[in-house]
Design a binder for this molecule. Structure first.
Ligand code: KIV
Length: 304
């Protein structure tokens, strides 16, 4: 594709030489067996860094509720909460393939509500696709959203929004029966029009079988090496936390420690009057400062 400009949310964006990534790219990468790195992201500045790092596919996951807002599960995410970071990430990454994460209760009530809410992710969030945590019971919902021309990523396996029904954060597809059920769910989602699959905490064998069988790009999340791409939570990858991470997550930095040390240094500088110095402020011109001294002498603290 040779696109110089791309229109998103009514704004014509100058793209320079960088291509807008679309669902066609994901399908081509699947055919060409090119692995697809995907990362979650929740703000404008980090989105720019994600793009600079050459990552073209971004998920504004409902893990936002946990890692940024401090809730203890993703069930606390609402559509209004999710749309703000989603639109911010789009502003930081205009060319990326942006996946919006439909939160708990935004698609479970009725297909009509699901279509309206998916539409908000496209129009207000600037998304290219919406992700829903599903099994076969959501076939008609996925069909309704895709009929509205909104690409769907079907999230199968561990579905954290259903944690109360699933009874815990556990690997899925551990028995032959469970495996067959998951594989059939993947077929049903493809038949309903899904454009991509995400497999969270699915056993290696089942993830491999689904990825081999389907023509859809399959993004894995702690589901072994066979998927077409991988997604992880940004804070886990960067070590931007002091909390426990699942064992299957690889951490590439310790930003939590780096940030804490930097903030300690900053606080010490303020307390010890090392920063700011006169040089790090702006002085008046000699003439003006003399004029001020003649007028009313140095300012008393009460007048500052
Ligand atoms: O919300 C999220 O971040 C996710 C990933 C963990 C796959 O769904």
């Amino acid at each position: 594709m040779d696109v110089e400009h791309w229109r998103i949310g009514g704004i014509l964006l100058g793209m320079g030489t960088r291509e807008k990534i679309t669902i066609s790219h994901l399908h081509a990468w699947k055919r060409e067996r090119k692995k697809i790195p995907v990362i979650t992201c929740y703000d404008y500045s980090t989105a720019r860094m994600v793009v600079d790092a050459g990552i073209d596919v971004i998920l504004v996951g409902d893990t936002y509720a946990e890692v940024c807002l401090g809730f203890d599960s993703t069930i606390s995410a609402t559509i209004d909460l999710m749309l703000v970071p989603t639109a911010a990430v789009r502003r930081g990454a205009p060319q990326a393939f942006l996946i919006g994460d439909m939160p708990f209760m935004s698609y479970q009530v009725s297909n009509a509500e699901a279509v309206v809410n998916a539409g908000r992710f496209m129009t207000e969030g600037g998304c290219d696709c919406v992700k829903l945590e599903v099994d076969r019971r959501f076939e008609s919902c996925v069909r309704a959203i895709t009929r509205a021309s909104i690409p769907v990523m079907a999230h199968l396996g561990l579905r954290p929004q259903s944690i109360h029904q699933m009874g815990g954060y556990r690997y899925q597809g551990k028995t032959a029966d469970e495996a067959e059920r998951l594989m059939e769910d993947a077929r049903i989602m493809a038949g309903a029009g899904a454009s991509a699959l995400l497999l969270e905490a699915v056993t290696n064998e089942v993830a491999a079988a689904i990825s081999e069988e389907t023509t859809l790009p399959v993004i894995g999340c702690i589901s072994g090496p066979a998927c077409d791409g991988q997604v992880l939570v940004l804070h886990d990858v960067l070590g931007y936390s002091t909390e426990h991470k699942p064992g299957a997550v690889k951490t590439y930095a310790s930003l939590g420690d780096t940030v804490t040390h930097a903030l300690k240094d900053y606080a010490a500088d303020i307390r010890n009057q090392v920063y700011p110095t006169q040089k790090q402020g702006r002085a008046m011109s000699a003439g003006e400062s003399e004029k001020l001294a003649r007028k009313d002498g140095p300012r008393s603290p009460s007048r500052r």
